[in-house]
Design a protein around this ligand. Structure first.
Ligand code: SF4
Length: 635
């Protein structure tokens, strides 16, 4: 095996020849370097895209801090090098290595991939290939690292089933320790890799695809998914933490510019709004909040430890955080005059949000973001994001009146039942918002419009829907481009091919593993980058594998179809999702379930955890029934 010293010597030669060598050196403030030889278990946390993007991933930062608090394990980082560095490394025989110790990834015990979105899949193959680790899990031996993956994309793990040994479904804070424990026990017994996989697959929240068999019907839909090993979980229910642990405070400070150079504090997890297109909102239930004190403490500590000048208070719906006024007021007062940028994403469209942002006036930069997602009240009812147009225009008026010159509006096209008239309504609404700005601040008013495209994601009420075709998307985008021509209106949109690829991969089944491998062989890399996407490589891969991609995205599904992800249990019942889908078809909305619980399934699924974490820690009602074991006791 190549040593870290040899890797360093070769790196010295190539680093001056590549773009942004700071991506590949490590050595940043707050990185953790432990004595390799004295530590029992070595984990490499891998984000399969470049450093500039991966460094901002909060999931990886959480695991890095948690694992490095252990005395018997270390966590180091690895990112996928950009194309120039990849070529230079291959030319000079440098395998992918960790930034902290420069050990090759093949020397680690566990490789843990973070997969927040599906367009990273071919990059996983590039990572393994550059690390000289067998791509297919069936080809790995006892001496190869265990390859695991977690993150939102893994709620449908099937397309990657050939490559990943074990998937973590849900939140990783507790389960990562159980995985390390299982690995350490296995290592001591000197037994087969298969034994390790069995012990992993009995950990709640861990899915080892090897132990499940899928059969198909003649029409190519799934007939059945069943387990073929008695001891494994079925279905595989996601893991959650009952109470959010203290957030990380020792963020690594990059030496080069990255996507977000900031302190990120997750103020709450989960969302009760129930937008029907929103994967994150459905899979991250229940809502759990951090206390204001815990958040303030984390900000203080992180500022001390990093010197960052930006703070992101993160959540899926910040206005819904119970003590948002208190939090924002305190943060604004405490850090006034310190020239900190404080961002508060995902605000509701109302005057309350404008008041909140006004409190953070000092850190005001950029525009004010609103996400109506659809332009007509009818369409907003279908997607369960009820909002009156009058309220949106009134909010826009207030924003421009209070000193913002730019509003950013986010819309989605391709919603179920959407017509070209609904799309035209987006343009009309944008013009109406812009008119508010012109009225208040004249020529200084600006409007940025971001238009993404709907994908019927797994585990959402729209999972039975199909997608728009590329031609339909292009027609809708052309209409918007035509209608929104003004030098102060900036329109951006997602390449329909990127959308389609994401749709195939997110809705795919096991048969897509072959397609992913073939596309990678055909040259697909960095698929999430619009300028790198090689759509021909994917089309060719589908042809090579004799799979029709439209099977995944452009057909109607019967309500009893078995989905590839049905054996992955998010806690939200399929029956609940179906009811919600049917409500969407008659434009009936469901209110925020903080006000009224709709029995989505989360409480029975996690009743014991809720019992152990009573009161306001969760936004779901308390569980009244006794724990199961007690209920079964004879009277
Ligand atoms: S259990 Fe009730 S309150 Fe909790 S997420 Fe589900 S619907 Fe909402």
């Amino acid at each position: 095996m190549i040593t870290p010293a040899e890797i360093q010597t070769r790196l010295d030669r190539i680093l001056p020849t590549v773009q942004k060598p700071g991506r590949y050196t490590g050595g940043e403030l707050n990185q953790v370097v432990k004595g390799w030889a004295s530590i029992e278990t070595h984990l490499a946390l891998v984000f399969p895209d470049i450093y500039d993007i991966g460094m901002s991933n909060l999931g990886l930062a959480i695991l890095y801090e948690l694992i490095n608090q252990r005395s018997d394990a270390l966590a180091e980082r690895a990112y996928l090098p950009w194309i120039d560095m990849d070529a230079a490394m291959r030319r000079t025989g440098i395998p992918l290595y960790s930034l902290e110790s420069s050990f090759p990834l093949s020397a680690f015990d566990i490789l843990a991939f973070t997969l927040p979105y599906e367009t990273l899949y071919t990059n996983v193959l590039s990572t393994l290939d550059l690390a000289r680790i067998p791509l297919f899990n069936k080809d790995r031996h006892e001496t190869d690292p265990l390859v695991i993956a977690g993150g939102h994309a893994t709620f449908n793990p099937e397309p990657m089933y050939s490559f990943i040994d074990a998937f973590v479904i849900g939140e990783g804070e507790e389960v990562i320790h159980e995985i390390i424990h299982a690995y350490q026990n296995w290592k001591k017994t000197n037994s087969l890799r298969q034994d390790l996989l069995i012990s992993l697959s009995s950990i709640p929240g861990v899915y080892v695809p090897y132990f499940y068999k899928v059969t198909y019907k003649q029409d190519r839909t799934i007939n059945l998914v069943k387990k073929i090993e008695e001891r494994v979980n079925f279905p595989v229910r996601k893991r959650i933490v009952g109470c959010l642990p203290p957030p990380p405070t020792h963020f690594i400070v990059p030496n080069i510019e990255t996507v977000h150079n900031r302190i990120a504090v997750e103020i709450m997890r989960g969302c009760t709004r129930g937008c029907r297109f929103c994967h994150a909102g459905m899979v991250s239930r229940p809502v759990r909040e951090r206390s204001v004190e815990q958040i303030l403490h984390a900000i203080d500590e992180s500022l001390k430890n990093t010197g960052f000048e930006e703070i992101g208070l993160l959540s899926l719906s910040s206005s819904d955080y119970t003590n948002i006024s208190e939090l924002v007021k305190t943060v604004a007062e405490k850090f006034s005059g310190k020239h900190l940028g404080i961002s508060l994403p995902s605000l509701r469209i109302d005057s309350f949000s404008v008041d909140l942002m006004d409190l953070l006036k000092e850190s005001r930069h950029g525009g004010f973001t609103l996400a109506p997602e659809a332009a007509t009240e009818h369409m907003r009812n279908i997607i369960n994001k009820p909002l009156s147009t009058a309220q949106l225009l009134d909010t826009a008026h207030q924003i421009y009146s209070r000193g913002w010159t730019t509003i950013k509006l986010y819309f989605m096209i391709g919603h179920p039942e959407e017509t070209l008239e609904d799309v035209r309504a987006i343009a009309e609404l944008c013009k109406a918002v812009f008119a508010q700005g012109r009225q208040v601040i004249g020529n200084r008013a600006k409007l940025n419009v971001g238009v993404s495209t709907f994908i019927p994601k797994p585990h959402t009420p729209f999972q039975w829907e199909s997608c728009d075709t590329v031609e339909q998307i292009q027609a809708k985008q052309s209409l918007l481009k035509q209608e929104l021509r003004h030098r102060n209106i900036k329109l951006t949109w997602t390449d329909p091919h990127v959308t389609l690829l994401e749709a195939w991969l997110s809705r795919g089944d096991r048969r897509l593993s072959d397609v992913i491998f073939q596309a990678w062989k055909n040259g697909a890399r960095f698929d999430a980058w619009q300028d790198q996407l090689n759509f021909d490589a994917w089309n060719q891969a589908f042809t090579d594998c004799q799979i029709d991609p439209s099977f995944y995205t452009h057909r109607n599904r019967s309500i009893d179809e078995v989905f590839p992800w049905d054996h992955i249990d998010t806690g939200v019942r399929k029956k609940y999702l179906l009811q919600d889908f049917q409500l969407s078809q008659v434009s009936i909305t469901r209110s925020d379930c903080r006000q009224q619980c709709f029995a989505c399934g989360i409480l029975p699924a996690f009743a014991n955890i809720r019992r152990e974490n009573p009161g306001d820690l969760w936004m779901c009602p308390e569980v009244k029934s006794p724990p199961k074991a007690m209920a079964l006791k004879p009277r």
